[in-house]
Design a protein around this ligand. Structure first.
Ligand code: FMN
Length: 322
């Protein structure tokens, strides 16, 4: 049986995986030689993720991080995915069971602590991939392709941000001051969003209270635009999966892609709007030749960050282990 110490170390490391809005829906139960992963759908995004696909993807990323963390202790696991629905507000939903056995170390585990989301300009100049490819991602590096994606991303983000409910939910997951009761525990803080103190103070007004007013004066598109910083990313990865693949399985592969990028010195910055918006999802698949039996799961900018990772907000173990 896995010792309590090793289990807690692995849960802590697994929690470093990326999750949508940093909601951290993954919960763990240990029963002898079996670890069970649950999705806490009560932290699900009712507007941003009504089907629970992003929650499942996030749990998949945590699951793969757990596999890597276990591998550091020469532990492997036979994974069974339940395929259960992870739509918001159904309490704890079992998503996977891991039957533990002896295993070997996977060196990618060392990247878990180094990966982070970088939401600002990337270092200029071309990057070296040292032959890195993936069969489930199309890497767009040419200027015409990146410019087109930057423009489509702004359009899709604006369509999504036009929804009052989406903006309210987003602001609810922002931790704009250190005094926020959940600062340091979950959600996205000011530093990780690269906001100045003034921008952080203004954010709830701009995104909720005065949005309609700003919109009437045509100021909201500029507020949402990421065009110029997107163009600094030398590589934009179009991550895709089989249409029928369980999103938890897609999340596992997604985490590996992010960690592989990290091992090349890259940080990532997702452009979820491009895959979430059905119009841009179809346009991206058509332009970049993603086959009809595959779906675009996530688009992510990669490059060398021009600053350090900010402190991570993560839930305490007492929240994550049940
Ligand atoms: C499914 C999914 C979608 C995400 N979409 C976005 C996005 O559109 N924009 C963004 O800035 N971050 C996005 N993120 C990144 C999360 O906000 C980030 O992982 C979380 O805040 C934790 O921060 P960390 O990655 O630095 O550990 C997404 C993450 C996941 C798993």
């Amino acid at each position: 049986m896995i010792s309590r110490d090793v289990f807690e170390t692995c849960v802590t490391r697994a929690a470093l995986a990326p999750t949508v809005h940093n909601t951290q829906p993954a919960r763990w139960v240990r029963d002898e030689n079996v670890l069970s992963l649950f999705c806490d759908t009560n932290v699900g995004l009712t507007v941003g993720d009504p089907t629970g696909r992003d929650a499942a993807l996030s749990c998949g990323a945590v699951l793969e991080a757990m596999m890597l963390a276990l591998s550091a202790h020469q532990i492997s696991a036979e994974v069974t995915l339940t395929g259960k629905d992870t739509a918001p507000n159904q309490g704890l939903v079992a998503v996977a069971h891991l039957k533990l056995s002896d295993g070997t170390k996977d060196g990618l585990h060392a990247q878990l602590e180094h990966r982070f989301t970088w939401r600002a300009a990337f270092a200029p100049g071309p990057v070296k991939l040292f032959g890195w490819t993936r069969s489930d991602a199309r890497f767009v590096m040419d200027e015409a392709g990146r410019t087109w994606l930057a423009e489509r991303n702004d359009w899709a983000s604006f369509q999504i941000m036009r929804q009052d409910g989406f903006r309210k939910e987003l602001v609810n997951w922002m931790r704009l001051s250190d005094a926020h009761p959940r600062a340091g525990l979950d959600g996205m803080d000011r530093a990780s969003m690269q906001m100045s103190a003034t921008e952080a103070r203004m954010a709830p007004f701009a995104l909720v209270k005065f949005w309609r007013f700003l919109n009437a004066f045509g100021l909201t598109k500029g507020l949402v635009s990421e065009h110029n910083v997107t163009l600094t990313a030398p590589l934009i990865a179009l991550f895709h999966a089989d249409n029928s693949e369980n999103p938890v399985a897609s999340g596992r592969a997604y985490l590996r892609m992010c960690l592989e990028a990290c091992s090349l010195g890259f940080a990532g910055w997702p452009m979820a709007a491009l895959s979430d918006n059905l119009t841009t999802n179809a346009q991206v698949c058509e332009r970049f030749g993603i086959a009809p039996d595959r779906r675009l799961v996530q688009v992510i900018r990669f490059g060398i960050p021009t600053g350090e990772a900010t402190a991570r907000a993560r839930r305490p173990l007492s929240d994550v282990i049940r």
